[in-house]
Write a protein that binds this ligand. Structure first.
Ligand code: SF4
Length: 438
């Protein structure tokens, strides 16, 4: 049978889809390159915001006529929902007429069995329980090779931030073996992949026996052929000095840290269950910048968390003015079914107030990003080439060590090569320059 797999959401889902492909191939299934040639369609979903849900329900509706036509032709057509939404909303999803299979993020090994049963019997099949042990450490992902490879080093999260659904959809934290991760990265390097991004919901709480995150990232960065190592997403509570020194001291570990802030008010941070105060967060920013000169900092911010006052929103504005992040991912609070916040705090900030606050933060961050990028004009930065610049013929693009998109006149360098670019111009999101040497 031909299986078509669609992926929504974060890098963790992208990585999981690579694992799913391997599980399907070893289960004897063929991977279809389009939905039209598929007997089975699997949708790997995200549960992080309402918008993600809406997208999936409208996608499922599109399969109604296909299912009807396949039934009329006497052919099985299995539609399966995977990922975080499947884990969180399994009963709701089973209410949708086209859905015949549900599997949670810890249950992908049973996919071949579930598909086979659903196709043969036409019955509905579900496997969606959270595991304390599953890390898929023995499964080699089926990847499309590129300049960067996602490598999941752990699964789940123990932090229970009150707005977040991840602990309920991906379970408790468990780390893969360091040996398994190093072996995976070694085979990537042998295949010519120059950069890896280490993935986890709370990546810097990685632990395998006595090995902790700083040991792992240094071990991976030492692998011959690996020129850059990145990681996402960390939690501010897990940045001990030795980790900062490891990042600062290793030429292959990128000097970019994504440091989710979420809010500028300590009262709101406490309601969010973030385990740090704004003073502690700002002290960490200072320590990171002192320890890693020239580091780029990006962040996540939520506006309109329940009971957030205009003054407390003002504190978020003040912190973003003070820190001057290179970039920020800003979201409106979106109540998620099953989270602590959904049980404790009514979603009392009106939608237009959330919109007003997010627009003001976007405007502020755009100005800050532009200012920080303009300050790089005249510098020469190393850029890992990803390919041709989509919207600028004759130009190539890549990312600096600090993860800033950079474009320059093409000198036909191969993707994956490192070049040194003198920065001659900047916009809020992009640096412009010319290759000075490679
Ligand atoms: S650290 Fe918090 S926000 Fe991040 S995945 Fe865990 S619970 Fe969610």
């Amino acid at each position: 049978m031909n299986v078509y797999l669609e992926t929504y959401g974060c890098q963790m889902n992208e990585y999981d889809s690579q694992l799913i492909r391997s599980i399907l191939i070893s289960g004897g299934y063929r991977l279809a390159s389009s939905q039209e040639e598929a007997d089975v369609v699997l949708v790997n979903t995200c549960a992080i915001r309402e918008n993600a849900h809406r997208k999936i329900y409208s996608r499922l509706d599109q399969f109604r006529p296909v299912k009807k036509a396949m039934k009329k032709a006497g052919r099985p057509f299995v539609v399966g929902v995977l990922g975080c939404m499947a884990q969180n909303l399994k009963e709701d999803l089973f209410a949708h007429p086209v859905v015949s299979l549900i599997a949670g993020p810890d249950n992908y090994r049973s996919l071949p069995k579930l598909i086979d049963r659903a196709a043969k019997s036409g019955d509905r099949e579900m496997d969606a329980y959270l595991s304390e042990y599953e890390t898929y450490d023995d499964i080699a992902p089926t990847r499309v090779t590129g300049v960067n490879a996602w490598v999941a080093i752990m699964r789940g999260c123990d932090n229970f931030c009150t707005f977040c659904v991840v602990p309920y959809t991906r379970g408790r934290e468990r780390s893969r073996s360091m040996a398994g991760i190093v072996a995976e990265v070694e085979s990537l390097a042998e295949g010519g992949c120059p950069q890896v991004t280490l993935l986890g919901q709370n990546v810097n709480s990685y632990k395998d026996g006595s090995a902790i995150f700083s040991d792992l990232i240094a071990g991976v960065a030492d692998i011959p052929g690996i020129r850059r190592v990145r990681f996402t997403s960390p939690h501010p509570k897990d940045f001990p000095r030795p980790l900062l020194e490891t990042i600062a001291g290793h030429p292959h570990i990128c000097k970019h840290i994504h440091l989710p802030l979420q809010a500028g008010s300590s009262r709101i941070l406490e309601l969010m269950g973030r385990t740090y105060t704004i003073e502690e967060y700002l002290n960490l920013v200072d320590e990171i910048r002192a320890c890693i000169p020239g580091v780029t900092l990006t962040t996540d911010v939520i506006v309109g968390f329940p009971t957030e006052t205009e003054e407390e929103f003002g504190e978020t504005v003040r912190v973003m003015r003070q820190v001057e992040f290179d970039n920020a991912y800003i979201f409106k609070y979106s109540e998620r079914k099953g989270t602590i916040a959904s049980r404790r705090y009514p979603d009392d900030i009106p939608p237009d107030v959330k919109t007003d606050r997010i627009v003001r933060l976007f405007d502020l961050q755009r100005a800050i990003s532009l200012k920080r990028n303009q300050a790089r004009i005249g510098e020469t930065l190393s850029v890992l080439i990803e390919g041709d610049a989509e919207r600028k013929p004759g130009y190539q693009m890549g990312k600096t060590d600090g993860h800033i998109t950079t474009i320059f006149p093409s000198a036909s360098h191969l993707p994956g090569s490192l070049v040194f670019v003198e920065i001659t111009g900047a916009t809020q999101g992009t640096l412009l320059g010319k290759v000075v040497h490679s």
